[in-house]
Write a protein that binds this ligand. Structure first.
Ligand code: KIV
Ligand code: ZN
Length: 532
């Protein structure tokens, strides 16, 4: 890290060093195409975020749909520790709905935002700067009359002229906001610019508002140029004390700053980043796996902190160094982020207790029914595969979680493939418990399988992506298949795993189809105007 960053971080060390971690996986993350989660999945993610020590959970955008409202309200009721935020545009109906959704939380927050940049004002909002100032006064005051804890965001802050940004921030604080978020909405800023923006806004605003010590500045960075984490850390040097981030960096377009990267950078480089978070970092791997499983968004192999290769050492020189002393090539230990290398080898003789222990070591806690289903599938896998690796079990359980609440399920599949076509599949599928059998031909075995699904559940969605990779090595390795379906502006992904690539393909397609149906239902149930 450069000397400049170290110096500026050091100059902020006289201020309070506790950084508030605001997680928006369930809002900005869920908003990205294909990452939709079911009601139960959102509750599960929120529960884990709370256990991890996330300070603020942005649970959703209550006006967006009845489904969003219900999940925010339920998370608000259940969460024990974290502040629960609901997002609202600068529209009275949005703010009322967000207030209604979070009101039962122990610590509720309304997060309201409006665009401030000339580009957004001219082309999107068609409002003048003065009109936006009036909107800020009215909407922040409305929110403050409902809930004490109000966060206000200047959307596209990094492309907003400083003088006007200062005017907006001052207005928001005087109207009742106590957290001021200055997002790099389009992922355009560089670290030094972002740091300077916070420093300048704080310097110019804080001596003109009442109770300046109560105001927290917040960073919210998108990763369009791969700078989201760097920018978020730079914001701390400029005086921000809240970072908005998501598990696995999920989020609009290239995503948001990744929670696990922010937390581990602060922990590992405390010499130049003199801050602390309240996060139990040993849970970040589990959170990453859970979010990946429920969204079916695979984690890139070389992803920092939580990627499969983040602690793998392949080259001879690296392995040699690691055997002598692990600090030669590791700047943090796998244990510190919850990666446990247990020596328990699983196979067909392993019993339920060992399986449960293994799941616990891998960070899963399943209910009794899910555990039974997963154990049955594990036994089936162990019969077909010599060694069952941790990755196999993870793939199996992820699929179990993704399919837990599904209406459509694969019952059986057989395929005739080979060089002498036509390839033919016979499939049994249960839809709401009713089993239907179909036999279809196709242009290859995968096509034949997908044609069976289309025959049983007719739909107009297009297959936008089909990807296969092996979970572990060897010819008996499980295949992991990702499928992306698109229907109009809706996109969903599904992931399936099985030693048989065609079974994994069918499972992935069916998981995606289930998600599409859930999404359609939640949109149909929507009775409010569309959210941005
Ligand atoms: O990126 C952004 O500006 C946002 C706001 C709603 C905070 O997500
Ligand atoms: Zn955002």
């Amino acid at each position: 890290m450069s000397a400049t960053n170290a110096t500026s971080a050091a100059s902020a060390s006289t201020e309070t060093d506790r950084v508030i971690i605001f997680d928006t996986t369930l809002r900005d993350g869920e908003q990205c195409p294909g990452a939709s989660m079911t009601f139960e999945e959102k509750l599960e993610v929120a529960d884990l975020l709370d256990t991890m020590g996330v300070d603020v959970i942005e649970a959703g955008f209550p006006i967006a749909s009845n489904g969003d409202f219900d999940s925010v309200a339920e998370i608000a009721r259940r969460t024990k520790r974290a502040v629960i935020a609901g997002l609202a545009r600068a529209i009275p109906a949005d703010i009322a709905r967000a207030g209604e959704a979070v009101k039962h939380a122990r610590r509720p927050r309304i997060h309201t935002f409006v665009s401030t940049s000339p580009i957004h004002l001219e082309f999107q909002m068609r409002k003048t700067q003065d009109q936006v100032i009036d909107i800020i006064t009215a909407t922040v005051s409305q929110a403050r009359n409902l809930i004490d804890d109000i966060e206000w965001s200047a959307m596209d802050a990094t492309r907003t002229p400083l003088d006007y940004l200062v005017r907006c921030v001052e207005t928001a604080i005087k109207s009742g906001a106590t957290t001021i978020n200055l997002p790099d909405t389009v992922g355009y800023a560089t670290p030094s610019e972002y740091e300077a923006m916070f420093r300048n806004v704080r310097e110019r605003v804080l001596d003109r508002v009442p109770n300046p010590e109560k105001i927290v500045f917040s960073a919210h960075c998108h990763d369009d140029l791969g700078l989201a984490v760097a920018n978020s850390l730079a914001a701390l040097a400029g005086g921000a004390r809240q970072i908005e981030c998501t598990v696995n960096g999920l989020g609009e377009r290239a995503g948001n700053a990744a929670l696990e990267e922010v937390v581990m950078a602060i922990r590992t480089r405390s010499d130049v980043l003199p801050y602390q978070t309240g996060i139990d970092a040993t849970l970040v791997t589990r959170a990453s796996k859970l979010v990946s499983a429920v969204t079916s968004f695979p984690v890139q192999y070389n992803k920092a902190i939580v990627g499969r290769n983040a602690f793998a050492h392949e080259s001879g020189i690296h392995q040699d160094g690691m055997l002598k002393n692990n600090t030669t090539y590791e700047i943090m230990t796998p244990d510190s982020v919850g990666v446990s290398k247990t020596s328990l080898v699983m196979g067909k003789h392993s019993g339920r207790a060992a399986f449960r222990d293994k799941l616990k070591a891998l960070g899963y806690e399943l209910g009794e029914n899910a555990l039974n289903d997963a154990f049955t599938r594990f036994k089936d896998l162990a019969d077909r595969k010599k060694v069952v690796y941790d990755e196999d079990i993870e793939a199996l359980v992820d699929q179990e979680i993704a399919a837990a609440h599904d209406r459509m399920k694969l019952v059986s599949l057989s395929v005739i493939a080979g060089s002498h076509g036509p390839q033919r599949a016979t499939m049994k599928m249960a839809v709401d418990g009713v089993v239907t059998t179909e036999e279809c031909e196709g242009n290859g075995p995968v096509d034949a399988v997908f044609n069976c699904i289309k025959a049983i559940v007719p739909h107009a969605a297009k297959l936008a992506l089909y990807q296969v990779h092996a979970v572990t090595e060897g010819t008996d390795a499980q295949a992991e298949v990702s499928v992306r379906l698109e229907e109009g502006d809706k996109a969903v992904t599904g992931r399936g795993s099985d030693p048989d690539t065609l079974v994994a393909s069918a499972q992935a397609y069916i998981i995606a189809l289930n998600k599409l149906q859930t999404k359609r239902q939640s949109l149909n149930a929507q009775s409010q105007p569309a959210a941005e």
